[in-house]
Ligand binder design. Structure first.
Ligand SMILES: NC(=O)c1ccc[n+]([C@@H]2O[C@H](COP(=O)([O-])OP(=O)(O)OC[C@H]3O[C@@H](n4cnc5c(N)ncnc54)[C@H](O)[C@@H]3O)[C@@H](O)[C@H]2O)c1
Ligand SMILES: [Zn+2]
Length: 695
């Protein structure tokens, strides 16, 4: 049944005709539940419903289970994200169940219970939905309920909070056994409204989708209200004056200065991107006395600790300590963290455990400044931070009514190195060549810069579009996919302070900087005697001076990260070819071209490669050409302005018109690993112009 888009909710044009209305209602419910991260974390929890249909293959009635499939997210769940199973067949698997130690093998049998093509892959939580005999079921990870579930006396608190309407299951890993435990509790007490899962979350149900949803919100609200009513004030202890948050501007500047050092710490084993969070809840947590006691306990819910790692790294220097002191201390803390992680792995690993996945922290906490979370891409880095915010809420709630007590280390390890999780990681597609890299393109809002931003993003890079034109930069960032992919920053490369601020903002946005394209430029030609000092300065300030300053700033950041880097100059054929009436522009370009070699020579020892591109005659999309220069050139050559590109093409050896995309492709070739041992190179992208040949 296809429904009209609802002004108050998501459009349900994803549900094919003929699917029972309960499924649509369940999807709407999932989206509402998933909209609030305190109700369930990104990607966490699942919803389901059971519906009666006539099976097309037999003409007989059949009950189907529609349940969120593996890897989906409730907030954005669509019909295609549901697994569809024949309930009788799924329940029949109970006869094949050989006991808890063999429960992982059940997952391989789920696809054999599919209805028709089956939809998305069934998740490990499927038994919780299949074995419980209720039409609608929600399984969620709400902060307030996990606060009870991760308390030293969670069972007693659950009883006090819900007065027997909600049962308690001590920590059990998700799987068939957990489904069976739910089923048994409901058989014993059919009045039960739900279950609190120790160290994990909440499951509840209803006869209708509405009843299920209302109950979920009610049970979550009751837990929050119980904590507020019975909990002690200031559960995390008093604020420590030496950890009070720095004022906002100072804090942001400090965060930007720290980010390259922290990325180094997070990226020893694999290059990571970062996300910075200085929200009220984070800064408050970081300023409290309980910090030192709680941080080592790590997070609780399996979803949380899978992303946040077993525990964060806590930086213990003063919020305004000199950077050298922080760098040195971070080195020590990092070494200790890695040693501890290895020991944790070795303590817990058994014969079938997958190899260690990396011993760097995913969360770094800096009191007074904020939280830095890391992941292989920006979205993962951001979500990892969101999960730690969930964990903070959980710790605060648990400490208010009891003592925070997450599941023990051995269980965390079993989840972290669960063969089923490992299989999920192995199934992930190979990352794109520039995945995990942050690129900053000056003059990125137009022409060659714009095409370069598109090309870099298409190969997986996160892009900082830096331009005089902030509106243009922001519009392009949005077009490229929004804040997990690109951001726009205002930057006048003729202004040293603006460069510092723009590089800092870009670095903070993605947690690092790996690649810079010095592209900002303008072209004003004039004969020698008409070239004013002002015209000269204008072009030299933007091109040679601007790119020198951008390179200086970027190289400093790259060196602090210790991950190498790339600097690419968009110079020009005019850097080589001498034509008349172009003294200011062409000598500016020649300076840029020589900077390529100078900096290649200087930065090689830090793994920073510096290369350049010499384009010529890029008319289409170029603001330089459309801004009068093109009309002028067309007049000089006696052609129509719209034919100028073609005219230039005929002057080349290949007779090809040069497009912004050609230059962008050259940037990719220089940076995507194809030419990884090349530095100091200038690449002509000009269709072949002998005057521009390098000698
Ligand atoms: N178009 C060509 O034929 C050609 C040939 C060789 C070299 N180039 C070089 O390629 C680069 C890009 O040229 P294009 O044709 O794409 O030009 P364009 O005018 O389309 O784009 C230039 C961008 O740089 C920005 N910009 C200008 N001054 C700036 C400043 N001070 N700070 C920050 N941003 C600034 C502009 O806002 C614009 O978005 C320039 O360096 C140019 O010299 C162009
Ligand atoms: Zn769960």
């Amino acid at each position: 049944m296809t429904q009209q888009p609802d002004a108050n909710g998501p459009s349900r044009d994803d549900v094919p005709a003929g699917v029972p209305a309960d499924v649509t209602a369940m999807l709407d419910r999932a989206n509402r539940l998933g909209a609030d991260p305190t109700v369930t974390n990104y990607g966490g929890g699942n919803t389901s419903c059971k519906v009666e249909v006539t099976h097309p293959a037999t003409g007989e009635p059949a009950t189907l289970l529609y349940v969120k499939g593996s890897g989906g997210d409730l907030g954005t769940l669509r019909f295609g994200g549901l697994a569809v199973l024949e309930l009788a067949r799924l329940r029949g698997l109970d006869d094949r169940y050989r006991g808890q130690e063999h429960e992982d093998e059940m997952v391989e049998l789920f696809p054999w219970c599919a209805y028709g093509p089956g939809g998305a892959a069934p998740s490990i939580d499927t038994p919780m939905h299949g074995l419980v005999d209720r039409p609608h079921i929600d399984h969620l990870h709400p902060d307030s309920v996990i606060a009870l579930a991760a308390s030293a006396d969670g069972e007693r608190l659950t009883a006090e909070c819900y007065g027997g309407r909600v049962a308690w299951i001590p920590w059990v890993r998700p799987g068939w056994e957990l489904g069976r435990l739910h089923r048994r509790l409901l058989e014993e007490n059919p009045q039960l409204e739900g279950v609190v899962l120790g160290g994990h979350g909440l499951t509840c149900w209803g006869a209708s989708s509405d009843e299920c949803e209302q109950r979920a919100f009610k049970l979550i609200g009751e837990a929050a209200e119980f904590i507020a009513r019975t909990g002690r004030p200031e559960p995390l202890g008093p604020v420590r004056a030496d950890r009070a948050p720095l004022p906002e501007a100072e804090r942001r500047a400090r965060a930007a200065a720290l980010v390259p050092l922290l990325r180094r710490v997070a990226s020893t084993d694999a290059r990571m991107l970062g996300h910075y969070n200085d929200s009220e809840v984070v800064l408050d947590f970081l300023s409290r006395e309980a910090l030192d006691r709680l941080v080592p306990l790590g997070t609780s819910c399996p979803d949380h600790f899978l992303r946040t790692k077993v525990r964060p790294l806590l930086c213990d220097t003063a919020p305004d300590a000199p950077l050298e002191e922080v760098e040195q201390r971070l080195g020590e803390l990092h070494a200790a963290y890695r040693e501890e992680y290895r020991a944790y792995y070795e303590r817990n690993a058994g014969p079938g455990t997958p190899p260690m996945r990396g011993a760097d922290p995913a969360i770094v906490l800096v009191p007074g400044v904020g939280m830095f979370s890391f992941g292989r891409n920006k979205q993962t880095a951001r979500v990892t931070g969101e999960f730690y915010v969930n964990a903070i809420n959980v710790m605060r709630g648990a400490e208010a009514v009891s003592a925070y007590q997450p599941v023990d280390e051995a269980e965390k390890f079993r989840v972290e190195y669960w063969p089923l999780e490992e299989a999920k990681l192995q199934r992930m597609p190979k990352p794109k060549p520039l995945a995990g890299r942050v690129a900053l393109v000056t003059g990125g809002a137009s022409g060659i810069g714009r095409a370069t931003c598109h090309a870099l993003a298409s190969q997986g890079a996160c892009v900082v579009v830096a331009d005089l034109d902030l509106a243009g930069a922001e519009a392009l960032a949005k077009e490229l996919g929004g804040p997990d992919v690109a951001v726009g920053v205002e930057m006048d490369v003729a202004d040293e302070e603006a460069i510092k601020a723009g590089v800092a903002a870009g670095t903070l946005a993605f947690g690092g900087l790996d690649l810079v394209v010095n592209n900002a430029g303008l072209s004003k030609s004039a004969a020698l005697e008409e070239t004013s000092a002002q015209l000269w300065d204008l072009q030299h300030n933007v091109m040679p001076r601007g790119s020198f300053l951008v390179s200086r700033e970027a190289a400093a950041t790259m060196r602090r990260q210790g991950l190498g880097g790339d600097i690419v100059y968009i110079a020009s054929k005019n850097a080589i070819a001498a034509g008349p009436k172009n003294i200011a522009y062409s000598s500016a370009k020649a300076s840029q071209a020589h900077q390529v070699r100078l900096l290649a020579a200087e930065l090689g020892e830090h793994g920073i490669r510096v290369n350049g591109i010499n384009p010529d005659g890029v008319v289409r999309g170029s603001g330089i050409f459309s801004g009068g220069w093109g009309a002028d050139r067309a007049k000089v050559y006696g052609v129509k302005e719209e034919q100028l590109g073609e005219f230039y093409a005929q002057r080349t050896l290949l007779k090809r018109e040069i497009l912004p995309e050609h230059v962008a492709e050259a940037v990719l070739a220089l940076t995507d690993g194809s030419l990884e041992v090349t530095t100091g190179l200038l690449v002509p992208v000009d269709g072949g112009v002998p005057m521009g040949f390098l000698r």
